[in-house]
Design a protein around this ligand. Structure first.
Ligand SMILES: O=P(O)(O)OC[C@H]1O[C@H](O)[C@H](O)[C@@H](O)[C@@H]1O
Length: 357
């Protein structure tokens, strides 16, 4: 099997020597980079102990086949991107394009791309910044995690400024991403971004978890929690409007950034009788995107009908960019749970929705 030409694996995982991991790197380059994260402590892999890493990874794959009621997810080092999140019934909860999605240097279409240090085209960088097209590393020894989490299934990734991105964004940073599965199968992403400039300069960025939720039929989806809020409409030169009082429904292209939203948003998939609940912290805004039929056809890595089965609801920080001085750190967190719609009974009732927390 061919190796990925874009990717010197020995540089990507701390302490790994490629010769010790030939089969693992082959597997990874064949698009199966997955760290299937579950109740085994996958994060405790000691990369320096060659066989532990390798055998633990294959052990994870093996076990995930055997274990029945287990939520799983996959994280690619490319983009630091979650590409799969399955519930205990092995139902996929994230959308991934039906077309070829893994084509570096292009971003992966689906899952949860990370938009950093720029959301959309709001600056001089490429659309959505460069984090989604970089190879991240497993962070073998992350600093203590300040947020207490009951999750024992997580992986820590890290991205630092590379020689290439310093040319277009002249700053030093450390971006630590923790991807975790909660005891009830909830998917939790926490980003910690630190300014490590040694020249005393601050930097400013915008950010989004560009989350592609899998829905059965976009026409039968309703979003609650964004009613009556102000939003910027990207389809109308980012003009500011105020949303009406009803829950959002979808019958054409949508590309909006809702401003200063509540911390909980519910996405109700009527046909599947499933509700996604997005909770966010440190991310005041929420982008909502569906390209609908015409634009979907114009997007090369999206199938013509894919738009029917996806909805992006993205915890974001767009309107007021974040500025960090050297030594300062910012945190942004998104948690998603998928619950039967009966838990919500059409209302955003956190007590009912978060019974399992
Ligand atoms: O095609 P991409 O670069 O991944 O962007 C996909 C979409 O992302 C966001 O939701 C933006 O608001 C949209 O304007 C953009 O079309």
């Amino acid at each position: 099997m061919p190796r990925c030409p874009n990717f010197d694996f020995s540089k990507q995982i701390h302490g790994l020597k490629i010769k010790n991991f030939a089969s693992l790197s082959t597997c990874i380059c064949m698009k199966k980079i997955s760290f299937l994260v579950f109740f085994l402590s996958c994060h405790k892999l000691k990369c320096k102990k060659k066989c532990i890493y390798k055998s633990t990874l294959s052990g994870v794959i093996e076990l995930s086949k055997k274990l029945f009621r287990m939520s799983t997810n996959k994280v690619y080092l490319y983009g630091g991107q979650v590409t799969s999140w399955k519930n205990e019934y092995r139902e996929e909860l994230l959308f991934l394009s039906s077309k070829e999605t893994f084509r570096p240097p292009k971003p992966i279409r689906g899952g949860i791309p990370i938009c950093f240090p720029q959301f959309r085209n709001l600056g001089t960088l490429e659309q959505h910044g460069f984090a989604r097209t970089q190879f991240w590393s497993v962070d073998p020894d992350p600093p203590p995690f300040p947020i207490t989490t009951s999750s024992r299934a997580f992986v820590d990734l890290i991205l630092r400024n590379s020689k290439d991105d310093v040319k277009i964004w002249p700053h030093r940073y450390e971006f630590r991403l923790r991807v975790a599965l909660g005891p009830g199968g909830d998917l939790m992403l926490t980003s910690r971004i630190r300014n490590t400039n040694t020249n005393g300069k601050p930097f400013t960025f915008t950010f989004a978890y560009h989350t592609y939720l899998a829905v059965t039929d976009i026409s039968e989806v309703r979003v609650e929690g964004l009613e009556t809020l102000d939003y910027l409409d990207n389809l109308q030169n980012r003009q500011r409007f105020t949303e009406q009082g009803d829950a959002l429904t979808f019958e054409s292209e949508v590309d909006k950034v809702y401003l200063s939203t509540p911390t909980k948003i519910a996405i109700i998939d009527h046909e599947r009788k499933r509700t996604f609940v997005v909770r966010k912290d440190g991310l005041p805004d929420a982008a909502v995107w569906n390209p609908w039929d015409k634009k979907a056809k114009a997007i090369a890595d999206l199938g013509d009908d894919d738009y029917k089965h996806m909805l992006c609801v993205e915890a974001a920080c767009v309107e007021k960019p974040i500025t960090l001085k050297p030594g300062e750190e910012w945190r942004g967190r998104q948690e998603i749970s998928a619950v039967p719609s009966s838990y919500c009974s059409g209302q955003l009732d956190p007590k009912k929705i978060f019974l399992r927390y």
